[in-house]
Design a protein around this ligand. Structure first.
Ligand code: KG4
Ligand code: ZN
Length: 355
């Protein structure tokens, strides 16, 4: 089955054509990130306007890249999948209304996709190990989604069967990277900026006399599977309140410690959930999952635990940030088309319990 996936929940306009949920025939992404950079964060109206400009060219390019001529080649597409939420309403509407129009025009089934669930499916794309495993050896799985707006832990019993077990009570992990990067004057998006400074911190720390910066790991030993990252942001703010950040050594060390703190909490809580629910695998996805230190810590901690019954999957970096492939893949494994008239953008869409 060949599915065209469309994603416009935030500042990326993306489309992809995916065969049988795992094989990417083509993928195109246009991003308005450069525009938002100069404002230090996303301006929703600007993001929506850019979505409008990019959506048709991006879909057209994806069809052409898959050798499906436009519009004749659309006969080979079996269905259209589209992100309906959560996200920015103006951005979502562009993708949703375009997908509905194409579904009506091309007479194709259309599948609404929850963007959060789609982030787990980055693990299924082009992943030979995953393909060779049967569902019985993957599920139940604990899934961690770490993006700009969300930090959620979900128990996935099978495709389409989800139980939400915890999430952030305030800022998401990506939001914490973005906000602390802003406090440090490192620009947007904060994750890659903090990561770059943290990478050179090892060297700088040696030169920083005896003063090492320690930040809290909020809720790391809490019994629940919830997270809270706003305290970490406040700790950074307090640390720099009366300091002019003219010393790059301090900025770098703060970046290092922010990354360590976020990664420590994410890894510890995810593993705790995996043990409690006796899962067979852990699936990690979302923009923050592209963070090299987080990936390293996940791998190292799994090794230390020596728990061979739990398999760890972290989406390939290129599937961590928003793209159309994960949308098409989610629709393939959760194939529930509905009449196009009933498809609606829902900016506050959550992961509802489907047992
Ligand atoms: O999943 P995503 O592309 O969009 C949303 O659905 O929100 O995630 C964007 C978030 C931003 O907060 C960005 O700072 C963060 O992912 N991010 C990273 C890295 N790359 C992107 N955070 C840490 N390290 C990275 N390498
Ligand atoms: Zn996302």
């Amino acid at each position: 089955m060949i599915i065209l996936g469309i994603e416009t929940s935030c500042d990326e306009t993306a489309a992809a054509i995916v065969k049988n949920g795992v094989e990417i025939l083509s993928s195109s992404v246009a991003s308005s990130e450069e525009i938002h950079k100069k404002y230090g964060g996303i301006i929703p109206e600007k993001a929506a306007r850019e979505q409008l400009k990019s959506i048709i060219p991006v879909i057209k390019e994806t069809l052409l890249k898959a050798n499906l001529s436009f519009p004749k080649g659309v006969f080979e597409i079996d269905a259209i999948a589209v992100t309906v939420g959560p996200g920015l309403i103006g951005s979502l509407l562009v993708g949703v209304e375009t997908a509905k129009t194409l579904a009506w025009l091309w007479k194709k089934p259309i599948i609404p996709v929850n963007h959060l669930i789609a982030h787990f499916y980055g693990n299924f794309l082009n992943n030979k190990t995953m393909e060779q495993l049967s569902n019985e050896t993957i599920f139940p799985a604990v899934c961690l989604i770490v993006s700009g707006g969300h930090t959620e832990l979900v128990l996935m019993k099978d495709h389409g069967k989800f139980l939400w077990i915890g999430g952030t009570r305030d800022d998401a992990a990506g939001e914490c990277f973005d906000k602390t990067a802003r406090l440090l004057g490192l620009g947007y998006p904060g994750g890659p900026a903090i990561s770059a400074k943290a990478a050179i911190a090892n060297e700088t720390m040696k030169q920083l006399s005896n003063e090492t910066i320690k930040l809290p790991r909020p809720m790391i030993n809490d019994d629940s599977f919830d997270f809270s990252f706003s305290g970490l942001k406040t700790a950074v703010l307090n640390r720099i309140k009366n300091t002019k950040l003219t010393n790059p050594l301090i900025t770098n060390q703060l970046a290092f410690e922010i990354q360590e703190a976020i990664a420590d909490v994410l890894v510890k809580k995810t593993l705790k959930a995996a043990e409690k629910y006796k899962v067979k695998s852990i699936l990690v996805g979302g923009g923050v999952a592209a963070n090299s230190r987080l990936r390293e810590k996940f791998n190292a901690t799994m090794k230390q635990c020596n728990n061979e019954t739990i398999k760890l999957f972290i989406s390939e970096k290129k599937f961590c940030t928003d793209n159309g492939s994960v949308i098409a893949s989610t629709a393939y494994f959760n194939y529930k088309p509905i009449p196009w008239q009933k498809i609606k953008a829902d900016p506050g869409l959550e992961i509802t319990q489907i047992a």
